[in-house]
Design a protein around this ligand. Sequence first.
Ligand SMILES: CC(C)(COP(=O)(O)OP(=O)(O)OC[C@H]1O[C@@H](n2cnc3c(N)ncnc32)[C@H](O)[C@@H]1OP(=O)(O)O)[C@@H](O)C(=O)NCCC(=O)NCCS
Length: 177
Amino acid sequence: MSASKLVRPAANYKESFLEALHEYHQEGNFLYKDIALLKNSFNDYIKELRAERGHPHQPYQKWVEPVPETVTWLVKDTDYIGTVDIRHRLNWHLEKWGGHIHFIIRPSMRGMGFGRKILLKAMPIANYLGIEKALLTVDPANAAAIRIIESCGGVFQDEFPETNQFPARKCYLLDCT
Ligand SMILES: CC(C)(COP(=O)(O)OP(=O)(O)OC[C@H]1O[C@@H](n2cnc3c(N)ncnc32)[C@H](O)[C@@H]1OP(=O)(O)O)[C@@H](O)C(=O)NCCC(=O)NCCS
């Protein structure tokens, strides 16, 4: 059994990724990603994720300027464990909600240390992409994510209450150098 590692999305994780997507759907995440559609066009999906030109942020409004984004998956052998998205720069939307780095672990693999691992492994990649201090925005009620961000060196900046457009968020800066 090999150690977990970050990789670019690839077709050999198809089965495991689609199972994870089912788990994400059950908790209300990524509902805009259609499992049946992806099953039939997985190679195109992989190509899109690897383009780095700016994976479309479909949950966002159409008028939000897309930014380039590098998507990587945490995997172990042929199992997909989680995703970390690194936005190369911020737009006004990401400044309020989203930040430079977003990470998620599939529900069935949580509580095993992979959340901390995925963020730690993403930091040198963010730095390689030119990001020195990464902004991370987090739900103030998300104790596990806050614990991870702080244990990786994230420094609290500010907390914003919920508005009509954005949910409440705590903002952290993470030194990736
Ligand atoms: C947040 C998330 C990534 C955590 O993943 P995970 O693999 O369960 O995290 P870990 O196992 O690495 O645990 C991280 C730390 O949080 C702690 N933790 C876990 N659940 C917790 C909870 N409900 N309350 C308080 N602390 C908690 C763990 O004990 C661990 O602390 P430790 O290192 O001191 O032992 C995962 O819950 C997730 O994907 N959530 C949905 C997406 C999300 O919120 N992403 C964050 C965006 S900023």
